[in-house]
Design a protein around this ligand. Structure first.
Ligand SMILES: Nc1ncnc2c1ncn2[C@@H]1O[C@H](COP(=O)(O)OP(=O)(O)O)[C@@H](O)[C@H]1O
Ligand SMILES: [Mg+2]
Length: 248
């Protein structure tokens, strides 16, 4: 299990004078084997922080560490990112089994059996390995994207709005799969959503982001029962009460 740490991370787009500071001096810890839910309105910098973690955008300042070592120093990336749109992760011409196998480490033995195991792990029948992405529903595709991310044997997963494109009726099932897998594989996870109801459902710790900064961080019950920041209260007011289906 690994701990993911953001230290004074700043990401800027455009020039120093006229650009945007998308992430502004973020300090954030994702403890080993736990899920930190990152919530905040659209444009608050969540995706930029996620992309910085997997090396897709350069840092203007600060560093991102895994167990105290800069992530960039790891030869095989122990970090995997899952995006909102499962289409982008899956090649439409390849069977889903081939897509999953492709993400496995070099030299992995018995890929076929491993593909079946991963499919079953995310709640799909192993026999579906030959299916193409367009034969699956959105929820099934997101499960395949999850299986593909797991195929690389990551220790840390960054999941960005992975249920936001899904029908509300199937979001819960995908979230359950995420939570079960995280527990079983003892993954460290940064789980991002603009929807506090979704974040609340899977997270151990909640971090609230606003205008590029973390304005609130704490155990999920504490943040929900006794938020420190006015902005968190506003987000809470927008969340349906328990028992009401998850919405967006
Ligand atoms: N590639 C980019 N080029 C320029 N500005 C960007 C880019 N990506 C994001 N931004 C800006 O950075 C800010 C944060 O965006 P983003 O990280 O996508 O927020 P969120 O995921 O919370 O909706 C926004 O103002 C957005 O317009
Ligand atoms: Mg985003």
């Amino acid at each position: 299990m690994r701990e993911l740490t953001f230290e004074d991370v700043t990401v800027r787009f455009g020039s120093r004078r006229r650009g945007t500071v998308a992430v502004d001096g973020v300090n954030l810890v994702v403890p080993a084997g736990q899920i930190v839910g990152l919530v905040g309105e659209s444009g608050s910098g969540k995706s930029t922080l996620a992309r910085a973690a997997v090396g897709l955008v350069p840092l203007a300042a600060g560093q991102i560490l895994l167990d105290g070592r800069p992530v960039a120093q790891y030869k095989t990336r122990p970090l995997q990112m899952i995006f909102q749109d499962p289409y982008s992760a899956l090649d439409p011409r390849m069977s889903i089994g081939a897509s999953i196998a492709e993400a496995m480490p070099r030299g992995a033995a018995d890929r076929r059996a491993e593909v079946g195991r991963l499919l079953e792990l995310v709640g799909l029948a192993a026999e579906r390995a030959g299916a193409r992405p367009d034969e699956l529903s959105g929820g099934q595709r997101q499960r395949v994207a999850l299986a593909r991310a797991l195929a690389g044997r990551p220790e840390v997963i960054v999941a960005d709005e992975i249920t936001s494109a899904l029908d509300v009726s199937i979001q819960g099932a995908v979230l359950n799969a995420v939570r079960d897998l995280q527990r079983q594989m003892r993954l460290t996870m940064l789980f991002i959503s603009h929807n506090l109801a979704v974040v609340r459902y899977v997270s151990d710790i909640v971090a609230v982001m606003r205008h590029g900064r973390i304005v609130e961080y704490g155990p999920v019950e504490q943040v929900l029962l006794d938020p420190r920041h006015e902005y968190t209260r506003e987000l809470l007011d927008a969340v349906p009460r328990p028992g009401v289906p998850l919405g967006t």
